[in-house]
Design a protein around this ligand. Structure first.
Ligand SMILES: Cc1ncc(COP(=O)(O)O)c(C=O)c1O
Length: 411
């Protein structure tokens, strides 16, 4: 049996224990929603205040040159590159994940127009699926969307596969796809792969270059702590950059934006993935968050994530086994992201009861409760307290008060 003092001992030996003070969290809150929206880094709050006052306020339009605003997509992209195993000039920051999916899928499929099949996981995050459906509508016969059951993906990869689109970590279960073996398999069949890293960037040790990944993208607001609606990042392997054409021909992706040419000419390298003017305040907030992350090794973050999530699972087995929760996350460290998910028929009411008790996770219909685990601001004792709060809620049936309540828009 794991005891409270075991958790205290784990905290005492934790090399990341001092990181939590760099993040703002309301007193007493146990925050298990970093897989949805990361906590506010204190440095990001200061940086945003400074951009508004010292840069926008003092430099006004001069900020584009003087404060490095114009070069920020490349500069911030280079920082993300360090976290995902890419070279500095393979990543840029722009638009949202949904928009980057649109641009990148069309660009990737354009590399081999003989292959029309875009293969994907039928249960991929909805925005990925909707964007692919929209592209199918737009391109007609030039784009054949093939969405299959997850476990059938390996056998569906064939000589008609132009692109495989996968989420590295599944948003419901937190399960991790084997990036290396899947990428190799698609390459052997002559296709390309696009990885959605929304749930893995900043938390898993990713080696895009080592596994020879083609394309990747992700959002800035989950484990990267870039703030609500933070801009997205996009990676294109160097070997593809000069051959792709993305469909949103905005001036920031032009070879020479300030020449104001009449015709579009793609910028060299990763800059061609840009479209319009970046949001500088959001970019600055994101950059400050990344600087905090980069001060810590990603291996140390992944290591603590595995220990925290394992502890969560073990404590649930010991303390909440009788309450009808079904674990849908993997018990294997290597295929578990930084999220623990359970199904329970009263999942929504139970999560509302937890939130009322200051344990903040989330709920995904129809019956899934998710606990995101960020090693930067959660301790081993936090896991103990969260599971103990859940135990009390279940024993006292405190969740019943929330049963049948109208669901909030964002669950
Ligand atoms: C796997 C995945 N892709 C994409 C998104 C969202 O994309 P966007 O930032 O464009 O809303 C999410 C959001 O939760 C996600 O989990």
């Amino acid at each position: 049996m794991i005891s409270e003092s075991d958790c205290i001992a784990l905290d005492e030996q934790d090399p990341l224990a001092d990181e939590a003070v760099k993040y703002y969290l309301p007193d007493g809150m146990l925050y298990f929603a970093g897989h949805s929206l990361g906590a506010l880094p204190v440095a990001a709050q200061k940086r945003v205040a400074s951009i508004i006052r010292d840069e926008w306020g003092e430099q006004l339009v001069g900020g584009w040159n003087g404060a490095g605003w114009y070069s920020s997509p490349a500069r911030v992209g280079a920082k993300i590159a360090q976290l995902i195993g890419a070279d500095a000039d393979e990543v840029t920051v722009t638009d949202s994940t949904s928009v980057n999916l649109f641009k990148t899928i069309i660009a990737a499929m354009g590399l081999n127009t003989q292959r029309k099949v875009c293969l994907t996981d039928r249960e991929i995050f909805p925005t990925d699926f909707y964007i692919m459906q929209g592209i199918e509508e737009l391109l007609g016969e030039r784009f054949l969307l093939k969405a299959v059951q997850r476990d059938r993906i390996p056998e569906e990869i064939g000589d008609d596969t132009g692109l495989l689109v996968l989420s590295h970590v599944d948003y419901r279960t937190g399960d991790v796809f084997d990036m290396r073996s899947i990428t190799r398999r698609v390459h052997q069949a002559g296709g390309l792969v696009l990885w959605d890293l929304c749930h893995s960037a900043g938390i898993l040790d990713i080696s895009l270059n080592q596994v020879k990944a083609d394309f990747a993208l992700g959002c800035g607001y989950k484990f990267l702590n870039g703030g609500p609606g933070a801009p997205s990042f996009v990676y294109v392997a160097k070997r593809h950059q000069e051959h792709i054409s993305q469909p949103l021909w905005g001036w920031m992706g032009h070879a020479n934006p300030f020449a104001f040419d009449e015709t579009y000419e793609s910028a060299p390298g990763i800059r061609r993935m840009l479209c319009g003017t970046p949001s500088i305040i959001a970019m600055g907030c994101f950059e400050a968050a990344l600087d905090e992350l980069l001060a810590v090794s990603i291996q140390a973050i992944q290591d603590k994530s595995r220990k925290l999530t394992r502890l969560f699972i073990e404590l649930m087995k010991e303390r909440c086994a009788d309450f009808g929760f079904t674990l849908i996350s993997s018990q294997n460290d290597a295929i578990r992201g930084s999220q623990i998910s359970y199904t329970h028929e009263q999942g929504y009411a139970i999560m509302q009861a937890l939130i009322a008790n200051n344990v903040i996770g989330d709920f995904r219909a129809p019956d899934c409760v998710r606990f995101g685990v960020s090693p930067l601001y959660l301790s081993y004792m936090d896991i103990w307290r969260a599971v103990d709060t859940l135990r009390i809620i279940m024993e006292t049936e405190a969740w019943q008060k929330f049963q049948g309540q109208k669901k909030e828009t964002v669950t």
